[in-house]
Design a protein around this ligand. Structure first.
Ligand code: HXC
Length: 510
């Protein structure tokens, strides 16, 4: 018995050492933690239960029969984040560069299958040279097995990817199908083809960092939701995000009450909107002053900044927030912002998270770049997402709600549950100036007449009462009571039930 215990410990020790001390040192030298150290930072202390530590690859080609390391390049299992269950896999770059073999893929699939059975999220910590080259097609099959599970788990359990090293070629498509992607600056990259292939095909000179680093993907492509300075910061922020999320689509997000009163008023909001309707103001100020303790977890803060998305809590309950940002492109909807918000609304809807929408939108962005880029189809994504969404929807119009964008931004007509407006809201087909120039085109040479007509149009339409008269908004509120009114509405909507008709699936304009 004693011998067996010693053997077991020796095997465990071998697995824990991964690719050996030299490679661990090299990993540290690059400012990266090892796969196991990352799990330690991510999970509550002492909660990690490891599975499949003794799994080895079955490859016999290229001398691999004598080159086996227990665990085969990925550490898998489950543990807790702030006392809540989570499944995790963490690729070990010190073992064959974290490359994915058939056995490595089976380990990932095993935790994904178990997570689906018990209803708990999966977090993947990616640090891998891609397909295990010695295994060839067996490795490709392994990737596809993971992809299939990503798709089956989508909308059932939250899936989060952390990119902490290379992620190249087809390997990028597993993270791409998960709900959130975090990256670490200067040590991670994602691309379908690397700089050498890019050079050969398109003659562009580009570094790996420029092509697929955290900054490129969090500012240019929108592939990455948040970029962090180092592994520890990234993992700690992942723990924070986790606290907002339910374990699965069968559950609600956890309630975390703070000392912030649900009926707290904020007088400073009464002067947030400038007198001049063309002057911007920072919508984030409203968000921060409305949510519990001013705690707002923004997603994609550096991408399509004309729309803001993220999580907060209202009276302890997780909410998803979508808000036009008048500081950027006057808060108009364009291709990027529509896609950004649509995906977020669908995440919230899939996971029972109410959506609060703050509206100040002058319309869709005009121009050939937008039209040729397909704003019709992409703008429709946001419309579709709001229209199919059945979770509680609360909409606050702070200023402009013009044209089609009024309809899109969680309007009453798209089954908004509570739609309220601030007193200076302008709900109209367009701004007064534009409207008058069209209706009274024949008065073009008479600026004084146009000015009079503009004032008339403003008085008639640039207010919330025309929409109010039709019941398109439920009430006109004082800005200072925004938090109180949202919290009350959420309490009223606690047991909301609404179902869409049965269908195999809808056909969102992709
Ligand atoms: C097997 C691999 C490997 C791989 C790296 N290693 N990638 N072993 N399969 N794909 C091994 C190396 O041999 C080395 O072993 C160790 O990991 C570390 O690699 P280095 O090259 O020394 O590290 P570094 O200089 O940091 O470079 C990392 C790298 C590079 C950029 C990832 O290794 C690389 O380019 N690898 C090949 C990437 C690739 O072409 N993958 C296939 C892509 S196609 P030793 O023993 O020396 O420590 C793909 C398709 C997926 O992934 C399709 C899904 C549908």
């Amino acid at each position: 018995m004693h011998d067996i215990l010693e053997q077991l410990e020796a095997k465990r020790e071998l697995a824990r050492l991964g690719g050996g001390q030299k490679r661990i040192d090299a990993q540290h030298k690059r400012g990266k933690l090892t796969a196991r150290e990352r799990i330690e930072v991510l999970l509550d202390e002492g909660t990690f239960e490891e599975w499949d530590m003794f799994v080895e690859h079955r490859c016999v080609d290229f001398g691999m029969a004598d080159n086996k390391i227990p665990g085969d390049g990925v550490v898998t299992g489950y543990g807790m984040i702030n006392g809540r269950l989570v499944f995790v896999y963490s690729q070990d770059f010190t073992v064959f560069g974290g490359a994915l073999s058939e056995a490595h893929a089976e380990k990932i699939c095993k935790v994904m299958d178990q997570a689906m059975k018990v209803g708990a999220p999966v977090i993947g910590l990616n640090d891998s040279g891609g397909a295990r080259i010695q295994e060839g097609v067996a490795s490709l099959g392994g990737y596809a097995d993971v992809f299939q599970r990503n798709v089956m788990a989508s909308g059932v359990i939250p899936q989060i990817s952390m990119i902490m090293g290379p992620s190249a070629g087809g390997a990028v498509y597993s993270p791409a199908m998960t709900d959130f992607i975090f990256m670490v600056k200067d040590s991670s990259y994602m691309f379908v083809t690397g700089p050498e292939v890019v050079k050969t095909v398109t003659h562009e000179d580009v570094t790996a960092e420029e092509l697929g680093g955290a900054v490129s993907h969090s500012t240019k492509s929108g592939v990455c939701d948040l970029a962090f300075e180092n592994d520890v910061e990234a993992l700690q922020m992942l723990r924070r995000l986790y606290n907002y999320l339910p374990l699965s689509n069968r559950e609600k997000a956890p309630i975390r009450r703070s000392g912030d009163p649900a009926d707290r008023l904020d007088k400073s909001l009464d002067t947030l909107i400038p007198d001049n309707p063309n002057k911007p103001y920072d919508m984030k100020e409203l968000i921060v002053k409305t949510v519990d303790d001013g705690d707002f977890f923004e997603i994609q803060p550096e991408y399509a900044k004309n729309i803001i998305i993220g999580f907060g809590r209202m009276d302890g309950q997780t909410v998803g927030i979508v808000a036009n940002q008048p500081m950027v492109l006057a808060g108009c909807l364009d291709i990027k912002s529509s896609i950004k918000a649509a995906r977020f609304v669908r995440f919230c809807d899939a996971f029972n998270i109410p959506v609060i929408t703050f509206v100040d939108v002058p319309g869709f962005m005009p121009g050939t770049a937008q039209e040729y880029g397909g704003i019709i189809k992409h703008g429709a994504k946001l419309l579709y997402a709001y229209a199919e969404c059945t979770v509680p929807k609360i909409t606050v119009i702070t200023r402009k709600a013009y044209g089609g964008a009024y309809d899109v931004m969680s309007s009453k007509h798209l089954r908004g549950d509570v739609n309220i407006a601030w007193p200076n809201a302008e709900i109209a087909v367009m701004g007064a100036k534009g409207a008058v120039e069209i209706i009274f085109r024949e008065e073009k040479g008479h600026p004084e007449k146009l000015a009079a007509k503009e004032a008339e149009y403003k008085a008639r339409f640039a207010n919330p009462f025309v929409a109010g008269a039709r019941g398109f908004i439920d009430d006109v509120i004082l800005p200072n009571e925004t938090r109180k009114r949202i919290c009350r509405s959420l309490a009223m909507l606690k047991d909301k039930k609404l179902e869409n008709p049965w269908r195999k699936h809808g056909n969102i304009p992709l």
